[in-house]
Design a binder for this molecule. Structure first.
Ligand SMILES: Nc1ncnc2c1ncn2[C@@H]1O[C@H](COP(=O)(O)OP(=O)(O)OP(=O)(O)O)[C@@H](O)[C@H]1O
Ligand SMILES: O=c1ccn([C@@H]2O[C@H](COP(=O)(O)O)[C@@H](O)[C@H]2O)c(=O)[nH]1
Length: 249
């Protein structure tokens, strides 16, 4: 039987965990594993392990990570597929993937898996930058130059993936700028049911975001300077929260 057949036979369920670099995905995935019985697959960790293993793709992956670029889909998807097949569990948190539309379409095409939902950690660049600069795990890409490149890639390539799933009502957004335990309280609500959408796109505590949210609900176009969150102009986007909450209507 081929990989797709085996994944299907296993009845694999996948949740994509997305958010900017340093938004706290890995930290919260560890809590979800502990309380909800998922297996955590960090795409970044799988790629770093591939470098360490001395594989033929190692140097290419290392260079892409140093530049904050997105590794070709087929490489990452093969690693994810292998990890899911080798693990006895059937529930997976896929952290940090898909990172662009091409990743997303290729994953669905190759594996025939659609995520149950997307858990989106919403956090401002300011806070993410602070966290990454003090992460201290010896990562090659946790330096200010690469961090800025990673933010740009997230904004330009990864947010459209979140918009795609948002249009399908599959995104559960958590305000990730709060302390770890408070973020996890919201994560737990997102996981309280697989079928029901619980916290999807619910407003955070920021009154600024609340205003944007209310206007969005009323379909009133909102024009807000993106400098409030990331100092960039974003002509395609309507509304912004403290972080990257900026879905098209
Ligand atoms: N809510 C939080 N408040 C303060 N610090 C946090 C919070 N969540 C995580 N951190 C810290 O911020 C750093 C980045 O967190 P983490 O590695 O979980 O982020 P990530 O989204 O997985 O990052 P990346 O995408 O770069 O792998 C870590 O040092 C972590 O301990
Ligand atoms: O699907 C993926 C995941 C990661 N990358 C590359 O790895 C780094 C680090 O990723 P983290 O999620 O922060 O661990 C990322 O900047 C990319 O260069 C990737 O290409 N594809």
């Amino acid at each position: 039987m081929d990989a797709v057949g085996r994944l299907k036979e296993k009845g694999v369920k996948v949740i994509f965990v997305l958010g900017g670099p340093g938004s706290g995905k890995g930290t919260q995935c560890a809590n979800i594993v502990r309380d909800f019985g998922f297996t955590h697959l960090s795409a970044g960790d799988l790629l770093r392990a591939e470098i360490k293993s001395g594989s033929a793709n190692g140097t290419m992956i290392q260079n892409m990570i140093k530049e904050g670029k997105i590794v070709p889909s087929e490489v990452t998807i093969k690693l994810l597929e292998k990890a899911m097949l080798e693990n006895g569990n059937d529930k997976f948190l896929i952290d940090g993937f898909p990172r662009n539309e091409e990743n997303r379409a290729a994953f669905e095409e190759v594996t025939k898996i659609e995520p149950e939902f997307v858990l989106f950690f919403d956090c401002s660049e300011e806070e993410m930058e602070r966290r990454l600069l003090s992460r201290n795990q010896g990562r090659d890409d946790d330096n200010i130059e690469t961090i800025r490149k990673r933010f740009k890639v997230f904004l330009e390539s990864s947010l459209p993936v979140i918009e795609y799933y948002n249009a399908k009502n599959k995104v559960r957004t958590v305000d990730a700028a709060r302390p770890i335990n408070e973020v996890f309280e919201s994560v737990k609500i997102a996981f309280s049911s697989f079928d029901k959408k619980v916290t999807t796109n619910s407003p955070g505590n920021s009154s600024f975001w609340r205003l944007c949210w209310q206007k969005l609900r009323r379909r009133v176009p909102v024009t807000v300077a993106m400098t409030a969150s990331c100092g960039k102009e974003a002509p395609k986007m309507d509304a912004f929260g403290r972080g990257y909450r900026c879905f098209r209507r």
